[in-house]
Design a protein around this ligand. Structure first.
Ligand code: TXA
Ligand code: MG
Length: 340
């Protein structure tokens, strides 16, 4: 299959129209969002949804987020609109928040991976919203990477993973948030954070009151475990290199880096490069979690591009958006952490 490159910056209207036509015809198209690039298909067309799983090599038990352009579009997709979903949407949509509720019968089993719920999100990226509106259907869209690899934050990342496997990619430059949306479940009595992201736990609690945090957010989940968010149990976001997450001071990190085999690269904070005895890839400033989120996946991919066999990563603070950065790094590291 030939993958069409659509220029969403220089020829935006044409790119949007072509993408929408391909999607209506049952194709799979990578589209920009403010979080990461998504691999979209008509959420109500089971054959199109199946193509997403095939292109990504995605496990069938991992459900997809459904993207809409208008709050009113949610009504048809869920069993009943939860008043808490309305409050969340008013506060955070369009934006990096996916809301899980009991699903309507119209949602194909492939989208919900057999669960009784569906995750819905209204992205903020103008090109994403124009494509959804022009396609005139809700779009199922996981991140547009081969399953297990770091999520793509540029069209080039998408092509590295999926060229020849998808119908088209719409290029709109780098994603501004850089990590995937926050996923919150309203399926139980107490709201539950399933995946941290651009909308923080504190922001959610300001709207909802107390929010539970799923144990899988910060800890290892056995492969055979039954979890509320299947995506959290897979090794994920990982470059080919073996990643280790390192807690401790810059001095201790530098001394530890010196003892590593050749072909080890350090992912550090901006400005720390000169203090390190090995090749360094900065991913944001130490006290800027939003900047870390924005650069995280590009840095993990760059480690591969440089041929690194091992990557040591300076652990981020687990506060605010930093919780999302930590959650992704923990999975990229297959839960290998050392404290110096
Ligand atoms: O920012 C994002 O959310 C991006 C962009 C493209 O919108 N999409 C994305 O999708 O990250 P994906 O498939 O890579 O991650 C979806 C996550 C997975 O962890 C999945 O298990 C969870 O959401 N999820 C989806 N539907 C769910 C449901 N009904 N119940 C619980 N978890 C669900
Ligand atoms: Mg993903």
């Amino acid at each position: 299959m030939q993958t069409q490159y659509l220029d969403g910056l220089g020829q935006r209207r044409q790119a949007v129209n072509t993408a929408a036509r391909l999607l209506r015809e049952g194709g799979v198209v990578a589209i920009p969002t403010e979080t990461v690039y998504g691999l979209a298909a008509d959420a109500l067309n089971p054959d199109a949804v199946e193509r997403i799983f095939l292109a990504k090599g995605r496990p069938q038990d991992n459900p997809l987020i459904v993207h809409i352009a208008d709050f009113a579009d949610m009504q048809a997709l869920v069993a009943a609109v939860d008043p808490r979903a309305r409050a969340l949407a008013e506060a955070f949509w369009p934006g990096p928040l996916s809301i899980v509720q009991p699903k309507a019968a119209i949602i194909p089993a492939a989208v919900s991976a057999g669960l009784s719920t569906v995750a819905i999100r209204m992205p903020a990226h103008p090109v994403a919203r124009e494509i959804i509106a022009a396609a005139a259907c809700p779009l199922a869209a996981p991140s547009a990477n081969r399953s297990g690899r770091p999520s793509p934050t540029t069209a080039q990342h998408v092509l590295t993973d999926l060229n020849g496997r998808i119908d088209a990619v719409v290029d709109a430059g780098s994603c501004t948030v850089g990590v995937e949306s926050t996923v919150i479940s309203l399926a139980g009595e107490m709201p539950c954070l399933l995946r941290p992201g651009g909308v923080t736990l504190a922001q959610l609690e300001a709207v909802l009151g107390a929010v539970e945090v799923d144990p899988a957010v910060n800890a290892y989940v056995a492969q055979d475990a039954v979890v509320s968010s299947p995506g959290m149990k897979y090794q994920h976001y990982a470059p080919r290199a073996k990643v280790t997450l390192v807690h401790g001071s810059l001095e201790a990190f530098a001394a530890f880096a010196k003892q590593q085999p050749p072909d080890t690269v350090a992912m550090c904070f901006h400005g720390e490069e000169a203090a390190l005895p090995i090749a360094a890839l900065p991913y944001g400033k130490q006290n800027d979690p939003a900047g870390q989120a924005q650069q995280l996946f590009a840095a993990l991919r760059e480690a591969d591009a440089q041929g690194a066999k091992f990557v040591l990563v300076r652990a981020p603070k687990r506060e605010g958006v930093g919780l999302a950065v930590y959650n992704r790094l923990l999975r990229a590291a297959a839960f290998r952490e050392v404290t110096l």
